[in-house]
Design a protein around this ligand. Structure first.
Ligand code: ADP
Ligand code: ASP
Ligand code: MG
Length: 459
């Protein structure tokens, strides 16, 4: 068995879904289990509907739901045979009626909780997985729909729920292999349910994680992440259009890149795959002939110091300064306890004797954190910052990487710097406004020459 995950752009329209059917049909001998994201930008659209509802704009949310339904209906009708139209319409009616009721409820209450956000955003994958199942059948593929909420069991941390591994694996192993013996199982990514059956989600971009969980649960031979780029590239192609494809990368490097913002892979994806030593492939559904990126357990020898550059944008730097703590122990512990209590994770830390700078992603609890820190220190906050992260396990063996970084960056002001504890990364903070310039310069510096065993020239 293999797991094939198709992201939002890969199922964004009837023609994209047809392409997916072709890709899956060519691999039927490998017994694929297919995980799909919501079609195109559906998740964003659902969240917008919820926001519009609670702000009391009734006509607007009704129109937005109507538009979303028309979009799904139009694309689905193009990939579903006439004989299945009645079924399709009935199911779309049911799902959109349920959604409309839910949204009307939110509009009345005027408030949205993480739990209701999950209920709303789950419709994207529930719709796409159903439509893709019908499309596969239309293309002569025996396909069976599986509601992910029956098998992906999570905790109650709505909007970023964590799977309960033993129970999820047990259900996956029990449910999928018998179905996959006779048909292609199609399920939605991203969504799950708590032990009491309440709909939950694994967080934005979470369908990659679903694919990996399913792969681990059923002991798949391979997990394929089909997306809209040729694989893991040497930089975000939005910043560096000529970024090169990385042919092979280790789990450790891929995890670091994903964590520091390479959106092509959800950061949690590597965990289940690594545990079961299942190779992960990143592939392009628009160019299925390209060999993509292979993520493997072992180190990947490479003549280049850096394999890829990631950035985590819109982060916040918190500077904590305290002369009263000079020479006193326990300063750091006290600081971290505060972030911990407010469930705010810290990505980067730099310290001096009397001050500490930390970066955080979520500013939800920043006011409360600042207030507590101010009890024993001066606090200043800088918004609109970006962590730029160079990843490659050769960084630690290559002298002079930091010097090359600073030379390449020239006039760009660097706020914080840290050589990651994992030894695979070198990270620093620049202002959001400087990211483009910084990444272009670094890409020129570190990828002017490419080890042909690891990279394929892009652009
Ligand atoms: P999907 O909908 O298939 O899950 P995503 O939009 O989540 O796709 O991820 C793919 C996108 O990730 C690419 O289109 C690209 O813009 C972005 N990206 C950011 N960094 C990288 C990188 N280092 N390599 C490849 N893609 C990247
Ligand atoms: N549809 C979800 C999102 O947009 C999950 C995913 O695409 O991976 O975040
Ligand atoms: Mg994604």
């Amino acid at each position: 068995m293999i797991v094939m995950k198709f992201g939002g752009t890969s199922v964004e329209s009837a023609s994209a879904i047809e392409r997916v059917a072709g890709i899956v049909r060519a691999r039927l001998h490998q017994k694929p289990v297919v995980v799909v994201s919501a079609m195109g930008k559906t998740t964003n659209r659902l969240l917008e509907i919820a926001r519009t509802a609670i702000s009391g704009k009734r006509e607007d949310f009704i129109r937005l739901i109507h538009d979303l339904r028309s979009f799904h209906s139009r694309e689905a009708r193009l990939v579903v045979p006439l004989s299945e139209r009645a079924d399709l319409d009935r199911t779309l009616d049911e799902l959109f009626q349920e959604l409309t009721e839910l949204i009307k409820g939110l509009a009345i209450v005027g408030e949205i909780t993480p739990r209701s956000i999950d209920a709303v955003s789950s419709y994207g994958e529930r719709l796409s997985s159903y439509i893709v199942t019908l499309a596969f059948r239309h293309h002569g593929i025996a396909a069976e729909h599986l509601d992910s909420r029956r098998v992906i069991v999570t905790d109650r941390k709505h909007t970023h729920a964590a799977p309960l591994y033993p129970e999820t694996c047990r259900r996956l192993a029990e449910t999928i292999p018998p179905l996959a013996d006779r048909s292609v199982v199609v399920m939605g990514g991203f969504i799950g349910a708590t032990e009491d059956g309440v709909t939950s989600t694994l967080g934005r971009g979470g369908s990659d994680f679903t694919a990996s969980l399913v792969g681990a649960g059923i002991g798949a031979e391979q997990i394929q992440i089909w997306t809209d780029v040729d694989g893991m590239l040497t930089a975000d192609p939005g910043l560096v259009p000529g970024a090169h494809r990385v042919k092979t990368i280790s789990f450790a490097e891929a995890a670091e890149l994903a964590y520091f913002g390479a959106k092509v892979l959800h950061p949690a994806t590597v965990v289940p795959a690594l545990e079961k030593d299942i190779p992960v492939l990143i592939l392009n559904s628009r160019r299925p002939g390209v060999e993509g990126t292979r993520i493997v357990a072992e180190r990947v020898p490479c003549a280049n110091a850096v394999k890829s550059i990631a950035c985590k944008r819109r982060i916040t730097v918190v500077n904590v300064h305290s002369t009263s703590m000079l020479m006193a122990h326990g300063f750091l512990r006290r600081i971290f306890e505060i972030f911990d209590r407010h469930e705010t994770s810290v990505d980067m830390v730099a310290t001096s004797e009397v001050s500490v700078s930390l970066t955080i992603d979520s500013t939800e609890r920043l006011a409360a954190i600042s207030a507590e820190l101010s009890e024993f220190s001066d606090v200043s906050v800088e918004h609109a910052q970006t962590i730029v992260c160079l990843v490659g396990d050769n960084i630690r063996y290559t002298p002079g990487v930091a010097a090359r970084v600073f030379t390449a960056l020239g006039e760009v002001n660097v706020r914080m710097i840290s050589q990651g504890a994992s030894l695979l990364n070198l990270s620093f903070v620049v202002a959001d406004a400087d990211v483009q310039r910084a990444v272009e310069a670094l890409h020129r510096e570190f990828f002017a020459e490419l080890d042909p065993a690891v990279f394929e020239v892009g652009g």
